[in-house]
Ligand binder design. Structure first.
Ligand code: ADP
Length: 275
């Protein structure tokens, strides 16, 4: 009888605790939704006047300004571009965190995608006199089904960083077939550079929002400190995991694996799914 009373009491306490937990979870979810809505509204509100500022700056730059004006306009353009990038990245992070990020399943050609990226970054590679080498494993099926837009976004971010933090060096981009079975292919991607490298105590924190290298590195290279946060989050929503190895003064290697379905040239697949 005594045991029964104790059991009933502890059951009641457990129920009470669960109720409290549920209320706390509900409150946290409401707060998170409110925060996400606030961020989204502010960002969109900022974007409209910023588009006007950027547009007018662009027009004035096209009108062959005087040297003295050119200096101010270039600075205006730099700030406008930075703010635009920053706002877009905040919106992107917000979208991923509030699960409004859609994953698409599209039949695409991986080689073409990587070569397009290589072409679009050719000029950037020249700026720091870097070599940009693409190595695509010939065993990878020509067509894959996955999200090419998100894969491009990941690659563009990683390669942009690699080219930015490397001078007179090499950036290697590798795509290797890790495994293939029953129309499922796992591809290993790697972006390696011979640049400045990242100190050991910063290897984890570079993926945190607003985290950048040392103050000197930050001052010299600029940036928002959000690129790698987005890369890590996108890879996670696609079911992968990013790894970073780096040695100061030698270079860095970012790598990750993603799963795809094997596609074909004739296939038309377009499907969306919330992350
Ligand atoms: P940012 O826009 O500031 O480059 P990221 O999130 O892309 O922001 O990168 C965060 C920080 O990680 C950078 O400021 C830099 O210090 C470091 N970093 C990223 N990629 C590299 C790289 N390839 N080589 C050296 N440092 C890097």
């Amino acid at each position: 009888y005594k045991n029964n009373i104790i059991r009933t009491q502890s059951n009641m306490m457990l129920k009470e605790k669960n109720k409290e937990l549920e209320i706390a979870r509900d409150k946290a979810e409401k707060a998170s939704n409110a925060r996400s809505e606030f961020l989204s509204t502010v960002s969109h509100e900022l974007r409209t006047p910023l588009n006007a500022i950027n547009g007018i700056t662009h027009l004035l730059l096209e009108e062959k300004p005087k040297k003295s004006q050119m200096h101010y306009l270039s600075s205006l353009k730099f700030s406008g571009d930075y703010l635009t990038k920053f706002i877009n990245e905040i919106l992107e992070i917000n979208k991923i965190d509030s699960h409004k990020f859609e994953i698409e399943y599209i039949n695409f050609n991986l080689k073409q995608l990587l070569e397009n990226i290589q072409n679009s970054l050719k000029e950037l590679a020249l700026v720091n006199n870097n070599q940009f080498i693409l190595k695509i494993d010939s065993e990878i099926p020509d067509y894959l089904i996955g999200d090419p837009t998100k894969l491009s976004q990941i690659m563009m971010n990683l390669i942009n960083n690699a080219l930015k933090f490397t001078k007179n060096g090499t950036v290697n981009v590798v795509a290797k077939l890790k495994s293939i079975a029953n129309e499922n292919a796992t591809i290993y991607f790697e972006v390696t550079d011979t640049g400045i490298g990242i100190p050991e105590d910063k290897l984890k924190s570079v993926f945190d929002s607003f985290s950048q290298g040392s103050i000197e590195v930050n001052r010299k290279y600029g940036g928002t400190g959000l690129g790698l946060t987005i890369v890590k989050k996108i890879i996670k929503t696609l079911g992968g995991h990013i790894t970073l190895k780096s040695v100061v003064g030698k270079g860095s290697t970012f790598s990750f694996e993603l799963k795809f379905k094997v596609g074909s040239q004739l296939l038309k697949v377009e499907q969306k799914q919330k992350s």
